[in-house]
Design a protein around this ligand. Structure first.
Ligand code: GLY
Ligand code: MN
Ligand code: MN
Length: 434
């Protein structure tokens, strides 16, 4: 079933194809199934470009568009109906179902891929293809003398601005993830298992017909200072913070929230000092998410608050300029404790398209209405680290606070605002089941 109206997909297709020259062939493959162990597969998740263009979610398929014989014609190549395979793997729409119920002009079996596209490769002047996903097309194009261009820049420019229908869905995704984090706070208590908090979060996703958008990170105590921790197998000790970075995917659209809170319901003074600093920097960064601002503006805002705070707490002994380092690269010593980007685009992919990644050319893309980004500064003081001095008072603390923010003409709108992040609001519900 289509997530959006047929016209939404057709509008996306024409906005994309209108940018391309005459006599072009476009091939957008989705991924094959992926083996997890022996003959067990990972749950299949379709390629986001395929979902964006036509909502097709079966594996091994290809979306094609050609204007070599006049106006654009679109097609899907899909797995054919096969009762024996469907008994084991699930129903397939087949070419007939695809042509009837998906927004394309025609559909074929993937078995006909070679026969159908070989003549089109030969007669087209321009070929746009995402390579590395479909080995059959990779080898057909390797054998041809045609130059192949990447269609992703055209599609990314569209995907980065969300339509009203996409924003509505992402609001739902953000709201569901917020509710899941509240349930986890309520389930808190000294000794609670990281795995238990994970199950509370993910059962909220599953029972609402959603799934996780990325493996949930539930790190108690020192584990909170490991950025991509997700083994979630330790109990969280009395007096420890737990950092939960978990978001869901609703109809393909991700949310991404981090909250950090004490499992026993009360921050220690040292935890509070670090938490309040991260919160202050996150609020400053959100305020900087104004339409027309460049990507670096919100990283700049977060970084300056963090760097000044580290000086004020006596963790850094230098001036603000020295703490920040090169003002274009933000490479000063504050990065020892805040070593990741302040945010990323969010959408069909949790780290969505649109640029704005660390290492990009400064000052990054311009923020525009309809973009959705995360804002997620953090501070990490893993006591096991040997690369830098860890102040004793803060040893073992890791804090990140992450919200999802819609850019509008009238300023930033926090889609995850129903998830508490003020200390008093969190302390009031931690361990309060029901
Ligand atoms: N959950 C991954 C991230 O925050 O970027
Ligand atoms: Mn994130
Ligand atoms: Mn996250």
């Amino acid at each position: 079933m289509l997530t959006f109206s047929e016209s939404e997909y057709l509008n996306r297709q024409s906005a994309f194809l209108d940018e391309l020259p005459e006599n072009s062939l476009v091939l957008i493959p989705t991924n094959p199934k992926s083996v997890r162990s022996n003959d067990t597969h990972y749950p299949f998740r379709a390629n986001s470009y395929m979902l964006y263009l036509c909502g097709w979610s079966e594996s091994d398929s290809v979306w094609m568009a050609s204007n070599s014989e006049g106006p654009w014609k679109t097609s899907l190549f899909v797995l054919p109906r096969d009762t024996k395979a469907e008994i084991w793997e699930g129903r397939r729409a087949g070419p007939e179902g695809a042509a009837e119920n998906w927004p394309v002009d025609s559909a074929y079996s993937v078995d006909d891929l070679d026969k159908e596209i070989t003549p089109l490769i030969e007669c087209s002047n321009h070929i746009f293809y995402i390579s590395g996903i479909n080995p059959k097309i990779d080898s057909l194009l390797d054998d041809s003398v045609k130059e192949v261009a990447d269609p992703k820049p055209y599609l990314d420019a569209l995907r980065v601005i969300k339509s009203d229908a996409e924003i509505e869905l992402m609001r739902k995704s953000a709201e569901l993830a917020s509710q899941a984090h509240i349930l986890a706070m309520r389930a808190g208590g000294p000794g609670v298992g990281e795995w238990h908090l994970q199950s509370v979060i993910e059962s909220c996703f599953t029972s609402n017909r959603a799934q996780w958008a990325y493996p949930s990170i539930v790190g108690g105590g020192e584990n909170a200072a490991i950025l991509h921790y997700n083994s979630n197998h330790d109990p969280v000790g009395d007096g420890d913070l737990v950092l939960i970075d978990a978001g869901c995917e609703v109809e393909g659209y991700a949310s991404d929230i981090t909250r950090t809170w004490p499992v026993n319901g009360s921050f220690t003074d040292a935890q509070r000092e670090i938490y309040e600093l991260v919160l202050k920097s996150q609020i400053a960064a959100i305020e900087a998410c104004q339409s027309g601002a460049r990507w670096m503006a919100f990283h700049d805002a977060a970084s300056r608050v963090i760097a000044q705070g580290l000086i004020d707490l006596g963790i850094l002994d230098c001036t603000l300029d020295e703490a920040i380092g090169n003002p274009l690269e933000f490479d000063g010593p504050y990065r020892n404790y805040f070593m990741h980007g302040t945010g990323h685009f969010l959408g069909l992919d949790v780290h969505d398209v649109g640029g704005g990644r660390q290492g990009d050319e400064d000052p990054g893309p311009e923020l525009r209405p309809g973009m959705i980004i995360t804002v997620e500064p953090g501070l990490y003081f893993g006591s096991w680290r040997t690369d830098v001095e860890i102040p004793e008072r803060y040893a073992g603390i890791g804090v990140r606070i992450e919200d999802d923010v819609l850019i509008t003409e009238n300023g930033p709108v926090v889609l995850t605002s129903s998830c508490p992040k003020e200390i008093s609001a969190m302390e009031a519900i931690i361990g309060q089941e029901g």
